[in-house]
Design a protein around this ligand. Sequence first.
Ligand SMILES: Nc1nc2c(ncn2[C@@H]2O[C@H](COP(=O)(O)OP(=O)(O)OP(=O)(O)O)[C@@H](O)[C@H]2O)c(=O)[nH]1
Ligand SMILES: [K+]
Ligand SMILES: [Mg+2]
Length: 355
Amino acid sequence: MGILEKISEIEKEIARTQKNKATEYHLGLLKAKLAKYRAQLLEPSKSASSKGEGFDVMKSGDARVALIGFPSVGKSTFLSLMTSTASEAASYEFTTLTCIPGVIEYKGANIQLLDLPGIIEGAAQGKGRGRQVIAVARTADVVIMMLDATKGEVQRSLLEKELESVGIRLNKHKPNIYFKPKKGGGISFNSTVTLTQCSEKLVQLILHEYKIFNAEVLFREDCSPDEFIDVIVGNRVYMPCLYVYNKIDQISMEEVDRLARKPNSVVISCGMKLNLDYLLEMLWEYLALTCIYTKKRGQRPDFTDAIILRKGASVEHVCHRIHRSLASQFKYALVWGTSTKYSPQRGGPDTQHGA
Ligand SMILES: Nc1nc2c(ncn2[C@@H]2O[C@H](COP(=O)(O)OP(=O)(O)OP(=O)(O)O)[C@@H](O)[C@H]2O)c(=O)[nH]1
Ligand SMILES: [K+]
Ligand SMILES: [Mg+2]
């Protein structure tokens, strides 16, 4: 019997079995078996290319958000709730086998939300489709790490380790260190702040470890040795991450309260549609997007049609978005908003938007 047949047999048996106290154990066993076979489906096959199918989803919209989490935490339930795309959800693990995109429409922006297969410990080493899932996460603007609120803290620290191990840094900014390898001249070391975690000696030792003997190093921040290593190695991804604890309908109010107070965390229940609005607000904040409305002289702006840019975008960026030729012909803009000094403020192409 092939794996697919075994899976369908078990699925049938689960459907046949009545749910009650007496069958609880049997059903649990069936689900574990089902999960095992589905995990086998996820193993990269030897013949096929390691890239796998369904993971090359085109970027679209104004931003991309990836859903990362253990199996059965509710990722697909969430996608189906927040977008018009339906992603199969079920009570057995590894229901989702590919990357399924949906779109969240919020404040006039189209946010691409990606549902992904569940990942487990060892994902970074290629367990299941862990590598592909993590590769997709790297391309996101924000990661939502979905956690099962009934499972406490374990899932979070395990997944953080997986992502750390492949160079993804969650909720950290790029260390403010200037680093430039040179052809000769030895190592020149400087800092603009007092360093409490690194010294010239340590920096040299680390560089020698990486066989770098000529370089210019300038610490503009009191960084740790790990952060310095990140700068040397490069290719790190600094990613905003929202920890979303789902299934709070299953835990006590005290526990909900405790989780909700953790940094970068939101508590929700997809099942009972609890706190989803607040999650969207937080997501918007983490995406750091801003809405720009254009208007004709003497008319009110059309608030249904926004230009969506990253916070800090300049008037020139707006011009480019409207038409490629506009920036070169453009003289000045009148800008209204909470970040302008005057309303309106007259500004050239470099005027920035913070609001
Ligand atoms: N009690 C409760 N159950 C939920 C909630 N959200 C989802 N579930 C249930 O959790 C189970 C798993 O949901 P899925 O959406 O399939 O989870 P997933 O993370 O996509 O799982 P995989 O694709 O297998 O990795 C389903 O039985 C859902 O009905 C919730 O807020 N509360
Ligand atoms: K599932
Ligand atoms: Mg799923």
